[in-house]
Write a protein that binds this ligand. Sequence first.
Ligand code: B12
Length: 370
Amino acid sequence: MPSALTATELRSTGIEHGLDSIGFAKVEAFTSTKNHLVERKKQGLHGGMQFTYRNPERSTDPSRTLEGAQTLVVGARSYWRKRPEAENSQEPVGRVALYALEDHYQQLRNGLEAIVQILDHHGFNSRILIDDNALVDREAAYRAGIGWYGKNTNLLLPDRGSWFVLGSVITNANFPPDIPNNGSCGTCERCIPACPTQAITAPGVLDANRCLAWLLQSEGQFPIEFREALGDRIYGCDDCQISCPPNRREERMQENFVSESFSAPVLIHEMLEMSDEELMQKYGRWYIPRRDPRYLRRNALVVLGNTSRASSRRARKILEQYLESDDNMIRSHAVWAAKRLKFEGLLEKLKDDPSPLVQEELHRKVTGNK
Ligand code: B12
């Protein structure tokens, strides 16, 4: 029979296995978060997102996930790394949010896995939940004393900030809960004007309909009013974290940490020249609506319009091909990009295009890029 298991033992195991912070929370309903989810859904602030919004009763009641569950052991793992310089500055490069440049979730999982093994060894049942629709991770972390909510809605670790991914082990073992951290942004509101689309509509409230990170992951047309604001972002957006002063500490701490597993820069021309198979092989780890590569193409066309040059023969050739696509959504975004890069001559052929989406783009006034 193994000796009695302590929280200290689990904590040091998690830290040894790459976690930066570990906390314990009681398994109980997250009532305030359920109300936030329901209320925001009612107001349409979820922008059609499913995830934890699909079933707020479930995502805020961890006891539904594991029979007899008593404790959430929550872990955080730092992911800030110095961004590598783009190798070929002649070509437009798509910006990927830091959390997606490496597989930090796997590293977080490894740390939580080590905790599960010990629990298992002591005869307890447990399950790992990371980015899972069954649990609101930030609230679990808040309750476990890992950190506090910022006005940009992110969870900040004391003295380190928000460049952390979060995950939990839910278990039927009983540990004393930690005390929630009472930190706050004070009077700082830098993230609010820093958001390129004003998606933070009130301190701690995000309107997903305006958040570029969500718009890149949603179906349908990329909203016209946010296309220029998308700039070079091809996956995720970090602006509300980049503008956040407490995050400077973590950046200083990790400054000399050279990552060896950063994914290669996303070259936009090359991306638009790939086959569906190549696209999914290279970017399939991202969240892509319906796992359909046409959304990667849609996003890349907007980024192309924002970042390529009117003098680029490669961009012109790419657009010639996309303007012949049999997909209305793709053709219409190619029209926008062609206008933005002042390739109006390419659009002549489309004047009788039967698609209302394409016609709308043809008649739209688009500001030229550069
Ligand atoms: C849906 C989702 C998104 C959506 C919506 C995000 C959102 N803010 O709701 C989109 C696609 C936009 C998104 C973007 C990002 N996400 Co996300 N996302 C999720 C997911 C799947 C669910 C989040 C959720 O349930 N939100 C519901 C609402 C109710 O929660 P909330 O916004 O945190 O609301 C709290 C605050 O409003 C607070 N509150 C209420 N009133 C007030 C008032 C004040 C003054 C304050 C300060 C707070 C406050 O209470 C609420 C909770 O009860 C989680 C994974 C998971 N399973 O939990 C990851 C998760 C939240 N995302 C994460 C990350 C890393 C990101 C990005 C940084 C990625 C990127 N670079 O593009 C951005 C950050 C954008 C942002 N500011 O949120 C991390 C967050 C880590 C952290 N340290 O906070 C998570 C936890 C994933 C993970 N496992 O690590 N995400």
